[in-house]
Design a binder for this molecule. Structure first.
Ligand SMILES: [Zn+2]
Length: 595
């Protein structure tokens, strides 16, 4: 953890440098300085990957097996043999891994123009446990999602068990040649990885629940990297969805499940037709590494006799200083815990971008803060932001959908205001025993909700900060974003309901309401009016290390108004890259889909 903190300090310094004169980040999607940092970070990345803290025998064996790959298969039949063998090895490996799995489902209905819009949603977050078949341990209490749509929720939970989504990360636990007919289709590149494409069909008398569809097998280790189709037959209490399941090369020789997109456009449930879309993401494969690097650092400290107390303190702190240190201790405990659980991304270049925006607000308002403000990314999809002491946390989902830097500044200004106004942070977590709880209870045990009075005060202060900032002329899009949020909030309670902080929208009210008056009316038909983006467009997550970075995808010119898709789910098309093995010279950050 301290290793991460050291990196964080380096980044902050850069952020401060950036903000000496107020720097607008143009389109905040790409920032030169942040790229600079990213280059340095690649090294950290590489080190943590090759030393990865996996001790399981099966996995080590596998990495060795990949290094000394047997001869190239001479026929399609041999390719199938190798693929089946690799898939069983993957299953064995997955039994030792406990990644987080998040599924977000939207139920769509056609609007007046015939375009599908989301009318209800569902959210699952848990830890995948394949030790006895696909199961997961939920982070969320099961009572959520009730209310006026309770009946629909019941339908959803009946048909879309998290277990059903967990199943789609593995092709078939009984993938054997005797159960299937495999047909060669062609060779094809997915990203820079050449694949052998084949179709799989269960044989006539195979038991139900067999995979039916297309499989992409990379042509070096013969691992399945993508499969697209459904399962045959019907489970007892529902039906199988169609899905497109992707794996990334996250560890030498290992292609691990990362994304699953599901869609069903005409689902006859007996009580009407459904149109659903769902995104499943997995991450947190290497959480043990955080603990390992901490242990390594301890060893280094013992060896290094030059180590000195950096604080410069020569006496006991004053009572006020002690109080501040106490709060800092609670803040550090919580941040570290959230990261170790896999909910918070390690410090990185996205934080530096957010900190540069915070800095713009601090400098243009001449704010004197008792200590630096840090920013971190919560990896989950629901739109939320909150503060832990002097750390501002913004969720991946919220960063994804914010239309521009001014809208981001609005979110950060609100959180910064809590810090400026000195709103109370419950420091009870400075007692370390209070951090001893099972990971699944994180949402229940950690709570950063504010009193309504504090929320109102922060809104007022944030407006003041924004009016003095370089964002003051650009707040129309921020207001527009709030309008879009207000419009969708009743239909998407699970996306807009926060798990740790305060809600962005309460009923028909939103945070920072004053900005609404200056915003233009929402116009769904106007292609050039972007109030909010689809989910998944901005933040790229490495499912192995949990590091996040800004996506480098080229912006696409929209052709149709229905392509705006605010807050909506879209399919995954990761650019696949190979991770160099242990002997390799170049290490590609495969998890982020960039190169
Ligand atoms: Zn607040």
């Amino acid at each position: 953890m301290r290793g991460f903190r050291r990196l964080g300090m380096k980044l902050t310094k850069r952020g401060t440098k950036l903000g000496i004169s107020v720097t607008m980040l143009a389109a905040w999607a790409v920032v030169a300085a942040a790229q600079d940092v990213a280059a340095g970070q690649e090294v950290v990345h590489a080190a943590s990957r090759t030393e990865a803290g996996i001790t399981s025998a099966a996995i080590t064996e596998n990495a060795d097996a990949a290094a000394a790959a047997p001869a190239v298969p001479g026929s399609f039949d041999e390719v199938v043999d190798r693929m089946v063998e690799r898939e069983h090895l993957l299953l064995a490996q997955m039994r030792n891994l406990r990644p987080l799995v998040e599924t977000y489902v939207q139920d769509l209905k056609a609007d007046a123009d015939g375009n599908p819009v989301p009318v209800h949603d569902q959210y699952f977050l848990g830890r995948l446990d394949l030790s006895e078949g696909p199961e997961d341990v939920s982070f969320l209490s099961q009572s959520g999602g009730r209310g006026p749509l309770g009946k629909l929720s019941d339908l959803f939970s009946l048909r879309f068990q998290p277990k059903g989504f967990a199943q789609m990360v593995v092709l078939d636990t009984d993938l054997y040649k005797k159960n299937y007919t495999f047909t060669y289709v062609r060779r094809e590149f997915l990203g820079e990885v050449r694949c052998i494409v084949m179709d799989a069909q269960p044989i006539a008398d195979a038991p139900p629940g067999r995979f039916e569809g297309r499989i992409w097998v990379e042509d070096q280790g013969y691992n399945i990297v993508r499969f697209n189709g459904t399962y045959s037959g019907h489970p007892s209490n529902g039906f199988y969805l169609h899905f497109d399941s992707w794996r990334l090369n996250l560890h030498p020789g290992m292609w691990l499940p990362a994304y699953v997109y599901s869609e069903e456009s005409d689902l006859d449930s007996g009580s009407g037709h459904f149109h659903v879309k769902a995104q499943t993401r997995l991450w947190g494969y290497d959480l043990k590494a955080a603990v390992k690097s901490r242990n390594e650092e301890f060893t280094q400290i013992v060896v290094d006799s030059q180590i000195k107390d950096q604080s410069g303190a020569t006496a006991d702190p004053s009572p006020v200083a002690a109080e501040r240190m106490w709060e800092k201790q609670a803040e550090d405990n919580v941040v570290e815990r959230l990261q170790n659980v896999g909910l918070l991304a390690p410090a990185g270049d996205v934080d530096a971008v957010l900190e540069a925006v915070v800095n713009n607000l601090v400098i243009s308002n001449n704010l004197a803060l008792q200590s630096d403000v840090h920013c971190r990314v919560l990896i989950t999809a629901p739109l939320e932001s909150f503060t832990i002491g002097h750390t501002i946390v913004v969720s991946r989902g919220l960063l994804d959908v914010l239309p521009d830097e001014a809208a981001l500044a609005m979110v950060l200004a609100h959180e910064l205001s809590h810090i400026v106004l000195g709103h109370q942070f419950d420091a009870k977590l400075a007692f370390n025993d209070r951090m001893f709880f099972p990971d699944e209870q994180s949402f229940r045990r950690l709570d950063f909700k504010r009193r309504p009075a504090d929320e109102d005060a922060a809104d007022a202060k944030a407006l003041e900060l924004l009016k003095n900032s370089p964002y003051k002329e650009k707040l129309a899009t921020a207001g527009l974003f709030l309008r879009a949020l207000q419009q969708r909030a009743p239909d998407l309670p699970n996306l807009i309901r926060p798990h740790l902080g305060n809600s962005f929208a309460v009923g028909t009210n939103t945070r920072m309401e004053a900005l609404l008056s200056s915003a233009p009316q929402l116009d769904a038909q106007r292609i050039d009016q972007i109030a909010a983006l689809p989910l998944g467009g901005r933040i790229k997550l490495d499912p192995w290390s949990d590091q996040v970075e800004l996506a480098k995808a080229q912006p696409v010119t929209l052709a149709l108004s229905r392509e705006k898709m605010p807050f909506e789910i879209t399919p995954f098309f990761p650019f696949l890259t190979r991770l160099a093995n242990d002997r390799g010279e170049k290490l590609v950050s495969a998890g982020s889909g960039s190169k």
